[in-house]
Design a protein around this ligand. Structure first.
Ligand code: ATP
Length: 924
């Protein structure tokens, strides 16, 4: 039995001391030790205050006047200005002044909304800001890249964006894509600096990306002093793509504009032919034009999308592109990786196979307290002995048996560090490697004692396509027959096929078919119990070998296996159920071996129907057509590499699916770009993956994707509700105005009255519908079809019906009042009936189908508040001195009561309409 209280290595050639410690870190670069001592937290803070943050100054934003002027360029505003001129020509000075005032207010609201949307996007960008791993007070910590200062030591690996101009101090085949600065797309290999100044091959520049290898560097220049800063280039990414919905709306706006012009022309001609005064008809035509156009619509869509992104970030899904919010709701397949998304990514080694013997490991988490206990085939503990077993004749010297070699190899071939943080033991680096470091620490083996004896001189870094990595170490064995040893660790099948020998407890033996199948069976057995399995092999050399796979990763001697648990997240199972209930198919795509993948897929509920997993090798063998068939049926893909992910996305898209795909590595970027929604991991994702994605999961959690899809559906449905509301109000106004003019009753509303209703009283309820959650529960189960036309036949019929309803009430009110009083009185009644009926109609629009009786009439807080605000504004327009601007006259209390009752009838009438629609779809 081995435990961490025992000083391992006593009496051996090498003294091994317990635990991996913290403090100043000595790293190895080339054949020499490079002393990497970064700054202290206090030094960094002081310097940061002095020289400012490490960021490029953003482009100065457009001035307020320029923004204001841009608002005035809109077609709507030009139409309004024309209306103002016509009003002035007709001597309607009040209309003229009021229209101008509305133009100014509208532009001001536009500027404000643009500013708000910009702020919301900036806040999102801050949430998605890059982080750097930096050495402060002798410990590696993650800090926002903007807090870096010259002198800081940072570590880099594939997928990182270089956070500042650096001098490379240590490199393991570090290759950098500098195309952003030089236009040259071939990655450049970088070498550690001999001197202290940046330049030549040792200079790394901010904004370039690491595409391969690892390295550490000292920050030389930050912020605007960096090369990219001096070039005055900006980091600002491509402008945010216009949401498709917004584009559809703009197109719809144009079509409506054309329809309005035709309608205006026809009504004008009809009026003139009937002998109406032409000025009067011109003013009526202006009213019609204003009634036809949903002025507030584009702004409201942007606001609702921005509110949606804020809601999603509260649920830890950070949207990088506004357009993604809309697509999210229509996702039909979520392809997720396993490690960290469905599981916790808290690895701990629980079993070992070394020297042909099995061991169990006790203890949990990252605490290096625990024991390594040998067990027999049935798992019964056996007498202790492993570390004191006789030294394997051909094994790496100083390590007295395969178990010790496996544990020490895990530390030497890993980069993770075990540290005691404020909240206990923690791992800096890859959790898989962390688990190897922890299990070694439990047996008293730590990097501090191992690294000086086996200094790492080179490596082939881990690559998820190769599924393994190798490190080259210098060492001096007692037999004097070697000078270097290489350690290769990775997926068991990959390592095993490169082994020719195995180090058993009695010594090194040829890897016969029998031994090979015993090892493979042990690995299968661990995997079937949901353990992630890694294997270790070594190779001795009498010279320093080149870091090339064909040299150092062939003819290996197998040392052993680690089996580690990574428990599923407790919320994964429920999230998978929710996902299915929402008609979205969850699919697991993992680099791990098939049995591990299936075990986890079963435990979270992804594997159903007894379909076997599809392996990366099978994908390679399959044509695109066959793959398209496979992806329809299979929900688990194992042993895949990043390029398989792109093929899976294509195959799913060919089948008409709307695909969300997760990814974290540098090679995942193409798949993330191809997917309809690319999702990257906020915690373990590389900068490159994050930049290729539409959505970042702040907690790397699958449940968050499901939450974001739900939120996306609510946003989409709310936008449709707001559009429906505004368009039905517009069509109501059109019915009123055209009806009255064609009936020879003159224009029932002045342009200013229509504008007021469209831009002021309707805006609040429309935004409120955009924030409404009355349908949240229902929407979880219904998926919008992204290919549905916004103005579908059903929607057009509904808009016409609702327009007739509201318009009928307005027209009726006008006609009734005209018969009893003067034109101003009738217009006042019509103005009030229309405004109030539209406010009440917001209640109808809370659900396209469900009855208000079931939902509760005044149950939506935002809609109620908006209603109240609109009532106050409408009251001001009709009952305060402002009324003169609207040409309104005082109304008697009795009249008012009739007007309110008439307007409120839009609710029961709307209910009848919904019932009729429900019956029609039920019988269809
Ligand atoms: P997922 O897609 O679910 O996140 P994964 O994390 O297993 O899967 P990769 O990180 O690409 O995918 O790993 C692929 C395989 O490579 C793993 O199954 C494991 O066998 C091996 N592997 C993972 N990390 C290391 C490492 N640090 N060193 C050596 N081999 C590793």
């Amino acid at each position: 039995m081995v435990n961490n209280s025992r000083g391992a290595g006593q009496g051996g050639a090498v003294m091994l001391s317990a635990g991996a410690g913290r403090g100043s870190v000595v790293a190895v670069g080339g054949d020499d030790f490079v002393d990497l001592t970064g700054l202290t937290k206090a030094q960094a803070k002081e310097l940061l205050e002095k020289i400012g943050p490490n960021e490029l100054r953003p482009e100065p934003s457009r001035g307020i006047l320029l923004r204001f002027a841009e608002q005035l360029k809109q077609v709507l505003v030009i139409m309004l200005l024309a209306a103002a001129i016509i009003s002035a020509a007709a001597g309607e000075w009040l209309d003229f002044a009021a229209i101008l005032a509305i133009v100014v207010i509208n532009a001001a609201i536009g500027v404000l909304q643009e500013y708000r949307a910009e702020k919301a996007l900036q806040a999102l960008k801050r949430l998605a800001a890059p982080v750097a791993r930096v050495l402060r007070d002798g410990a590696w910590t993650a800090v926002p890249a903007r807090d870096l200062v010259p002198g800081d030591v940072v570590s880099l690996e594939a997928g990182d964006r270089v956070p500042a101009d650096l001098i490379l101090l240590e490199s393991a085949n570090l290759r950098v894509d500098e195309s952003i600065l030089t236009g040259e797309s071939v990655p450049v290999e970088k070498m550690p600096a001999a001197g202290s100044r940046a330049g030549g091959d040792s200079a790394l520049y901010a904004t370039t990306t690491v595409v391969y290898g690892r390295g550490k560097g000292r920050v030389d220049l930050t912020g605007m002093d960096t090369r990219v800063g001096r070039l005055a280039a900006t980091l600002s990414s491509a402008p945010d793509e216009e949401p498709p919905l917004k584009r559809k709306l703009e197109q719809m706006g144009k079509n409506l504009g054309i329809a309005a012009v035709v309608l205006i022309g026809l009504t004008f001609v009809a009026g003139i032919l009937r002998g109406e005064p032409s000025l009067e008809m011109l003013l009526a035509a202006v009213s019609l034009g204003v009634a036809a156009i949903p002025e507030g619509l584009p702004a409201i869509v942007t606001i609702v999308l921005a509110i949606g992104t804020q809601r999603m970030s509260a649920r830890r899904a950070i949207v990088r592109r506004l357009a993604a919010v809309e697509t999210l709701g229509s996702v039909t397949v979520i392809c997720t990786d396993k490690t960290g998304t469905l599981t916790r990514n808290e690895m701990s080694v629980t079993e070992l196979l070394a020297g042909g013997r099995k061991y169990v490991v006790t203890g949990g988490g990252y605490d290096p307290l625990g024991e390594v206990i040998p067990v027999d085939v049935d798992g019964i503990p056996m007498p202790p002995a492993p570390l004191t077993a006789p030294r394997g004749a051909s094994g790496p010297d100083g390590l007295r048996g395969p178990l010790e070699a496996l544990l020490a190899g895990g530390v030497l071939a890993s980069d993770a560090e075990l540290q005691q943080g404020e909240s206990g033991w923690e791992i800096v680096g890859d959790p898989t490697e962390g688990a190897l470091v922890v299990v070694a620490a439990k047996a008293g083996l730590g990097r501090e004692s191992l690294a000086p004896v086996y200094p790492r001189v080179d490596e082939i870094p881990f690559d998820s396509a190769r599924k393994m990595m190798s490190t080259i170490h210098r060492y001096a064995p007692a037999d004097g027959q070697a000078s270097h040893v290489t350690l290769t660790k990775g997926a068991p099948s990959i390592v095993l096929e490169r082994c020719s020998h195995a180090w058993m407890d009695g010594g090194v033996v040829p890897l016969t078919a029998e031994v090979r199948s015993q090892i493979a069976a042990a690995s299968q057995d661990m995997a079937q119990r949901a353990l992630r399995v890694l294997a270790l092999g070594y190779h001795r050399f009498d010279h320093r070998p080149e870091p090339a796979g064909e040299v150092i990763e062939e003819g290996l001697t197998f040392v052993g296996l680690w089996g580690m648990i990574d428990p599923p997240r407790p919320e994964s199972r429920k999230a998978v159920e929710d996902c299915r209930a929402a008609c979205v198919r969850p699919v697991m795509i993992t680099g791990d071996q098939a049995p591990t993948a299936m075990a986890i897929a079963h435990s979270v509920g992804i594997a159903t129907g007894g379909m076997p997993p599809v392996s990366g090798a099978e994908i390679d063998r399959s044509s695109d057509d066959r793959l398209a068939e496979m992806v329809k049926r299979s929900s688990v893909f194992a042993e895949v590499s990043p390029e398989h992910k792109s093929r899976i996305v294509h195959a799913l898209k060919r089948g008409g699916e709307v695909v969300a795909m997760t990814g974290d590595g540098v090679n995942d970027a193409p798949a993330l770009k191809w997917a309809d929604i690319g999702i990257s991991m906020g915690l373990k994702g590389t900068d490159v993956a994050k930049e290729a994605s539409d959505l970042i999961l702040a907690d790397d959690n699958f449940a968050t994707i499901v939450a974001a899809v739900e939120e996306g559906r609510i946003v989409y449905s709310n936008i449709v509700k707001a559009i429906r509301y505004l368009l039905s109000c517009n069509s109501g106004e059109l019915v009123t105005v055209t009806g009255a003019i064609l009936a020879g009753l003159g224009s029932p509303l002045s342009p200013i009255q229509i504008l007021w209703v469209n831009l002021v009283t309707d805006a609040g309820p429309a935004i409120a519908l955009g924030m409404d959650r009355s349908e949240a529960g229902v929407l979880r189960f219904s998926r919008p079809n992204p290919r549905d036309n916004l103005l579908s036949a059903g929607m057009t019929v509904r808009l016409l019906a609702e327009g007739l309803l509201i318009g009928g009430l307005g027209l009726g009110g006008y006609w009734f009042a005209l018969a009893r009083g003067g034109r101003d009185y009738a217009r006042t009644v019509c103005f009030l009936v229309l405004a109030l009926s539209q406010m009440f109609h917001a209640q109808n629009c809370r659900s396209p189908r469900r009855s208000l009786l079931g939902m509760g009439l005044f149950r939506s807080r935002p809609v109620n508040l908006a209603l109240l605000a609109s009532l106050v504004l409408q009251g001001l327009a009709v009952f305060s001195p402002l009324r003169r601007a609207f040409g309104a006259v005082p109304l008697a209390a009795g009249d008012l009561a009739v007007v309110v009752l008439a307007a409120a009838s839009v609710i029961p009438l709307g209910e009848l309409l919904k019932a009729a629609l429900r019956r029609r779809t039920a019988s269809a």
